[in-house]
Design a protein around this ligand. Structure first.
Ligand SMILES: Nc1ncnc2c1ncn2[C@@H]1O[C@H](COP(=O)(O)OP(=O)(O)O)[C@@H](O)[C@H]1O
Ligand SMILES: [Mg+2]
Length: 452
């Protein structure tokens, strides 16, 4: 199981590291050091139980600057213990933890407070707002403990309240706010403190689903805008998949798997993780970029109608994408139109160019692709910011991606839209005409009616 950790650490080479955790163990109880020693020698969590509760066992991972690193696991799996080890709120029994190069384990409390104040803000599940302070002074709290003068911290906190949609609530007290609004104050407070790292322990778990989704979206938006490093704890795999750049799945104190949402979904490390992912709403986790296939039915604008027609015949499809130089997507052409052009002796496929029916970016969730896919005879086109055609999502791939089968095997056939024009007619037309020339008169004997 630790192979997964090793892989991830190798992948991270060259990325800047915010938090580094090396063989970290935490045991609560009477003889934690002895328990940690036995665990190292191979004892199980149950075997050391008489010595104490092993809440975190041999955790190793790096959190990269600017990522949302999710720790996911059932209640009691050790998530809260782990996050409290990161900022020194909880002691580490064995192993090493550093934050931007500063050692956390074994560091004096005063220094740890300083690290928390300047480097790591925390957001809790139950908001932890101060009841007798106004919303504004709650939002300003992190700045207050940093020693920022009153006027300045209130001004900065007010900006954050505006950012989270609470501009008019600054003078209210927490008890006047709904749960969702209180957690917005918690977020404003954490962001106002302007630390590079945010630690969030089940920050949205107490909120109802709609508010929760809103908060998740707000967090992703703020993170993208500000490039914060976020360690986010949740017991909800859908939340983990939505937020996480990478996810560590914990069970009984151990990290069972560490990987991207896609890794975990498509290649669960063991039965435990596999059971978890069965319940995931894949359509909201997988993106077009995750499931797309290389585009096959593509012709350049410079291609003539004969080449386009031949490609469609060979791929058994009724339409193909047209790209200009640099693979920029300019539209689609249909077999019927190409057949007509060939017969008329036309040489420019742009004369019959149609707009691409469905285009998405690689980041779009496949939930958004279904409607598009139903409306279009062609696979959904995936284009990058430069409008380059980087992939296609055929309908069958979309459907396959929702099952628990491996989604990206080559065994799933790529089904192109069936041709409108019978193959024999295309072949006969191509044979009866010649490249680059007007069709000989004979070709008109191919009855137009037979292909309508
Ligand atoms: N202060 C503590 N004293 C003793 N045991 C604790 C303490 N805090 C947590 N534990 C135990 O450590 C394990 C992990 O708990 P926790 O980190 O809170 O899990 P999670 O956040 O994943 O629900 C549990 O078995 C829990 O009972
Ligand atoms: Mg917890």
């Amino acid at each position: 199981m630790f192979d997964h950790n090793v892989d991830q650490q190798a992948d991270s080479e060259g990325d800047e590291i915010a938090i580094s955790v090396t063989h970290a163990t935490k045991v609560f109880g009477r003889r934690p050091k002895e328990a940690a020693k036995r665990l190292k020698q191979g004892a199980t969590r149950d075997e050391v139980k008489p010595l104490g509760t092993a809440a975190v066992i041999d955790a190793s991972f790096d959190v990269r600057v600017g990522e949302i690193f999710v720790v996911m696991g059932l209640s009691g799996s050790g998530k809260s213990t782990l996050i409290r080890m990161l900022n020194g709120l909880g002691e580490t029994t064995d192993g090493a933890i550093s934050v931007f190069g500063s050692e956390i384990v074994g560091t004096a409390p005063a220094e740890l407070r300083e690290i928390r104040r300047t480097k790591m803000a925390m957001v809790f599940q139950h908001f932890a707002l101060l009841p007798h302070r106004t919303v504004l002074d709650n939002a300003a709290y992190g700045l207050e403990i940093q020693g920022v003068p009153l006027e300045e911290r209130r001004a900065r906190a007010q900006q954050w309240l505006e950012r989270v949609g609470l501009a008019t609530w600054s003078d209210s007290f927490p008890s006047e706010l709904s749960g969702g609004m209180q957690q917005r104050v918690g977020i404003a407070r954490a962001f106002a403190a302007d630390t590079q790292i945010l630690l969030m322990d089940e920050a949205f778990s107490a909120l109802d689903p709609l508010i929760r989704r809103e908060m998740q979206e707000l967090l992703v938006e703020l993170q993208q805008e500000l490039g914060k490093t976020i360690v986010f704890i949740t017991h909800d795999l859908n939340e983990a998949m939505f937020l996480g750049d990478r996810i560590a799945v914990m069970r009984d104190g151990r990290i069972m798997q560490l990987g991207t949402p896609n890794d975990i979904l498509t290649d669960p490390a063991n039965d435990y993780v596999a059971q978890f992912v069965q319940d995931v709403d894949r359509a909201r986790v997988l993106t077009a970029g995750d499931v797309m296939e290389p585009p096959r039915a593509v012709v350049p604008t410079s291609a003539g109608p004969r080449a386009a027609l031949r490609m469609m015949r060979d791929l058994q499809t009724s339409a193909c994408f047209v790209t200009s130089s640099g693979r920029k997507l300019v539209g689609v052409v249909r077999d019927k139109d190409m057949l007509r052009l060939v017969r008329e002796g036309g040489s420019n496929i742009s004369d019959a160019l149609k707009p691409t029916p469905s285009i998405v970016s690689p980041e779009q969730y496949i939930a958004e692709l279904f409607e598009l896919s139903v409306e279009s005879p062609l696979p959904v086109a995936v284009v990058d910011e430069q409008n380059r055609l980087i992939g296609v999502v055929p309908r069958v791939t979309l459907l396959a991606s929702l099952t628990n089968l491996p989604t990206m095997t080559t065994e799933i056939p790529i089904i192109e839209p069936t041709p409108d024009v019978p193959r024999a007619i295309i072949t006969a037309t191509l044979d009866a005409t010649t490249d680059g020339n007007a069709a000989p008169g004979g070709s008109s004997s191919l009855a137009e009616g037979s292909i309508a």
